[in-house]
Design a protein around this ligand. Structure first.
Ligand SMILES: [Fe+2]
Ligand SMILES: [Fe+2]
Length: 157
């Protein structure tokens, strides 16, 4: 997360998912990329000084996306027999609590720049960082994504 200031303005830079933040599971990484994309949409909105109500609408979208991601991720973890499931689930529960507080603050007239910094911090330092344990686990079991195949269920003749 950059502390640089974009173009002399006090707006936030877009977040980027760098190599080291990839978990190594296609579906999970795609979920993270989508979350980063939506947070960046918030960065643009706040950069354009939108009203809090408009940001709130996108934050609700973001929360829905988080819920789907968490659900998907926990299923993947469970299916692969990840041993630290409980720790991860607690991270998710705490993260969602915090996100809900931030949504309330958005409605209550909090400073949007500050709020956005918290939202991106939550995504990068809580949600994605907590998946790094799973990344190590995937490496330890030598996990490989299914090859992307040209179309579903390529036939081997
Ligand atoms: Fe995740
Ligand atoms: Fe996670």
């Amino acid at each position: 997360m950059g502390k640089r200031k974009a173009g002399g303005q006090q707006g936030m830079d877009h977040l980027t998912l760098n190599e080291s933040m990839l978990v190594g599971h296609r579906q999970i990484d795609a979920g993270h990329a989508a979350l980063v994309g939506l947070v960046n949409k918030c960065v643009d909105l706040v950069g354009n000084s939108v009203a809090a109500a408009e940001l709130h609408t996108v934050l609700i979208e973001l929360r829905d996306m988080f819920v789907r991601h968490i659900d998907e991720e926990e299923t993947i973890m469970r299916d692969l027999g990840y041993p630290d499931m409980e720790v991860e689930r607690n991270e998710h529960v705490d993260g969602m609590k915090r996100l809900n507080q931030l949504l309330d603050q958005c409605r209550e007239g909090a400073d949007l720049d500050e709020l956005l910094r918290e939202v991106s911090g939550l995504l990068l330092t809580v949600f994605i960082k907590s998946d790094m344990g799973f990344k190590s686990f995937l490496q330890s079991i030598d996990y490989q994504d299914e090859p992307r195949g040209d179309g579903e269920g390529a036939f081997v003749v």
